[in-house]
Design a protein around this ligand. Structure first.
Ligand SMILES: Cc1cc2nc3c(=O)[nH]c(=O)nc-3n(C[C@H](O)[C@H](O)[C@H](O)COP(=O)(O)OP(=O)(O)OC[C@H]3O[C@@H](n4cnc5c(N)ncnc54)[C@H](O)[C@@H]3O)c2cc1C
Length: 514
């Protein structure tokens, strides 16, 4: 089995600025896929086929090519981290003409959202859906260029040996009416009416109101709303677990309401060139010499006389990299755009960083397995999400990305994406693949035996803990010229990470009078 373990860095802890860090256990390069693959076909995707670990694309190629020019060693602002938060922070600084350098420890931008190309298949590093309703994404990204391909608005729920469709009543009213049949086991008629009401209610108020509204757990909110235990267990549990990786539904109701609104106002999509294309697009808006890959920051400290004075002011800071070289922030502004745990290790243990939600409980994780299918996907290649409504079993949800965007698989083949909650301690390796295959055989029949395992992504840290009580609009200012952004300052979504990046840039611009 080919497994890739994707986790945040493992630094030694330290105090505020001036801390040296132990070697970082960064994302391991996924191993090559097992067994011989199907014929390769030219992808309708930028960049080359890569069975190792790249996030290929014309823009990354440009960033890599920037190694031809001397790496930038000073700027007014240093950004640490090239996920969505760091990229949006950089984009906002660039829009105001602020000189910056962005340091990314890995070999590509995108952070937790990258796409590998394996034998011509696009493998997102963990299944993720792009919700077009996200307001920050709408304001920031060129949706047309992402070539977004929509999922069916609903899900097929596997329950007691059959699939049962739950449809968005406003987008697929006929399917929704069909689900009102009393023999439909995924919730009662009252549940279906409640879904419609929640759907309509989600459209009321300001889009970000829900993030500060009174909160309970998702389970608590579903109970309050009157959903039956069957509807909660068979539909909402696997559906929300696929988003928040929390099968007990202890995640804040604020996130539930925010996501319900996003589902109501937009579509669930996959970008045609993979989820990593979101970051590639952002990268393409930045000056070509301003992004440094394979540049891991290990220390942030004030500049001292021992560093010499190549034109910096007394407020300058020095960011030391893993290879011993350094980058200077001439203004003293350093924006840490990493995950919460990595930010704490780099910027130091600070009460403002430690505030809930991300420091209060365990992070949540997921495992994603990919299989290549010779021929079309089962069930008429339907671009829908499949949910485990029974409960027992490892598989929580699955889909066929190539049924949503045919660019995800070579011509004549299909791709299966299977998501588990957390990273199972057992089974692992080939035994995990075969256990998952056995569960899928019960769903899709004996053809699953012919599916070829491509890769397994183990992601112990997918999102910070977002259980109640939450603070989803946390300050980005840490003081002394240091700022933090990322999905630990905001909802752990694409939108939250992007918004916090912009917010941190705007805070620095305001504070510095730029
Ligand atoms: C499998 C999975 C599925 C998801 N699905 C969805 C979804 O469907 N919808 C949704 O809205 N959200 C989803 N999310 C959540 C969303 O992807 C994240 O909230 C968001 O991408 C976080 O972005 P970020 O920039 O805050 O952090 P990150 O993406 O973690 O970026 C941080 C970057 O900092 C770099 N870095 C760390 N330390 C250093 C250092 N010392 N020096 C230099 N660089 C450093 C890292 O390499 C990384 O590139 C999903 C997440 C995962 C993992």
């Amino acid at each position: 089995m080919a497994a890739a373990r994707l986790a945040p860095g493992a630094f030694a802890s330290g105090s505020s600025l001036g801390v040296s860090l132990a070697p970082r256990a960064g994302p391991a390069a996924p191993r090559s896929p097992a067994r011989g693959g199907p014929r390769r076909r030219h992808l309708r995707r930028r960049g080359a086929d890569d069975s190792r670990a790249a996030s290929p694309g014309v823009v990354v190629a440009r960033a890599a090519a920037s190694s031809d020019v001397a790496p930038k060693t000073s700027a007014d602002v240093v950004i640490v981290g090239g996920g969505l938060a760091g990229l949006c922070c950089a984009k906002r600084l660039a829009a105001s003409g602020v000189d910056f350098v962005l340091l990314e420890s890995s070999d590509g931008v995108g952070g937790r959202l990258r796409t590998d190309v394996v034998d011509g298949f696009l493998l997102d590093r963990g299944f993720a859906i792009f919700l077009t309703g996200y307001p920050e994404a709408r304001a920031t990204l060129d949706y047309d260029a992402l070539d977004l391909r929509p999922f069916y608005a609903g899900a097929d729920v596997r329950f007691e040996g059959a699939f049962h469709r739950v449809a968005d009543p406003l987008r697929h009213p006929l399917d929704a009416i069909a689900s009102l049949d009393p023999s439909h086991p995924i919730g009662s008629v009252a549940d279906k009416i409640l879904v419609g009401l929640v759907r309509l209610n989600a459209l009321l108020g300001d889009v970000y109101d829900s993030l500060t509204a009174p909160e309970t757990t998702i389970a608590g909110r579903l109970n309050e709303r009157g959903f039956s235990p069957e509807m909660q267990h068979r539909f909402f549990r696997p559906f929300m677990s696929g988003i928040f990786f929390d099968p007990k539904l202890g995640t804040s109701s604020r996130l539930f309401e925010f996501v319900m609104r996003m589902l109501a106002v937009g579509q669930n999509c996959l970008p045609a060139r993979g989820i990593g294309d979101v970051a590639e697009q952002l990268l393409g808006t930045l000056p070509s010499d301003a992004v440094r890959l394979n540049a891991e920051a290990v220390e942030v400290r004030p500049k001292t006389a021992a560093d010499g004075d190549p034109g910096g002011s007394s407020s300058s800071k020095i960011v030391t990299l893993r290879d011993g070289s350094s980058v200077e922030s001439k203004s003293g502004v350093v924006i840490v755009a990493t995950s919460g745990p990595d930010a704490e290790r780099l910027a130091g243990v600070d009460e403002r960083l430690r505030l809930k939600p991300s420091a209060s409980g365990d992070a949540v994780g997921t495992t994603c397995l990919y299989f290549a299918i010779d021929g079309p996907a089962p069930r008429e290649n339907c671009p829908i999400l499949y949910l485990n409504g029974d409960g027992p079993g490892l598989v929580n949800n699955c889909c066929f990305p190539s049924a949503v965007a045919d660019t995800y698989a070579p011509a004549g083949t299909a791709l299966a994406s299977v998501s588990l909650i957390g990273v199972p301690a057992s089974p692992t390796g080939d035994a995990l693949v075969e256990t998952v295959r056995g569960e899928l055989r019960a769903w899709f029949g004996a053809e699953v035996d012919g599916w070829r395992h491509l890769r397994t992504y183990e992601i112990p840290f997918a999102q910070p803990n977002q259980q109640v009580p939450t603070d989803l609009e946390r300050d980005v200012r840490l003081g002394d010229g240091v700022y933090a952004c990322g999905d630990h300052r905001s909802p752990a979504t694409f939108d939250g990470a992007m918004r916090s990046g912009r917010t941190a840039a705007e805070a620095a611009i305001e504070d510095m009078g730029w």
